[in-house]
Design a binder for this molecule. Structure first.
Ligand code: FES
Length: 127
């Protein structure tokens, strides 16, 4: 039921773990299924230099989180904020219809981490 690409990212997730030093962190949970995802980003020169995630969820949630980190690593932060759940899903060769919602976690947690990054930057400017 899953594509080869989904299985590959599920079995060997990329950028799994957590960053000790980071510029933004985002957390989202899906109230429907209880899965949750936390994403850390390190930003340098307006680019996502490092990214890591921890996910407690289904195989699709883990695979889409992993794919999301691969897509945005090295990307300009404003471009990364436009990454959609659809792009993540397509990059994995698609998800079975009942699992389409799982890709929301990756896109939402990334946006939360980017929002956190901007909030921290504003705080630095204000101080
Ligand atoms: Fe909840 Fe996949 S079933 S994220």
């Amino acid at each position: 039921m899953y594509s080869e690409k989904v299985l590959e990212h599920f079995r060997s997730p990329k950028n799994l773990g957590e960053l000790e030093v980071y510029d933004g962190v985002g957390y989202v949970g899906d109230p429907g299924c209880g899965d949750h995802l936390k994403v850390w980003i390190k930003v340098d020169d307006d680019r996502i230099k490092e990214i890591a995630f921890k996910c407690q969820g289904c195989p699709a949630a883990i695979a889409t989180s992993s794919m999301m980190t691969e897509l945005v690593k090295g990307m300009k932060i404003d471009e990364a904020s436009k990454i959609t759940d659809h792009l993540i899903s397509v990059s994995l060769g698609g998800l079975p219809e009942p699992k389409e919602h799982c890709s929301n976690l990756g896109a939402s947690a990334l946006r939360a981490a980017i929002d956190d990054y901007y909030s921290r930057e504003r705080l630095k400017e204000d101080s």
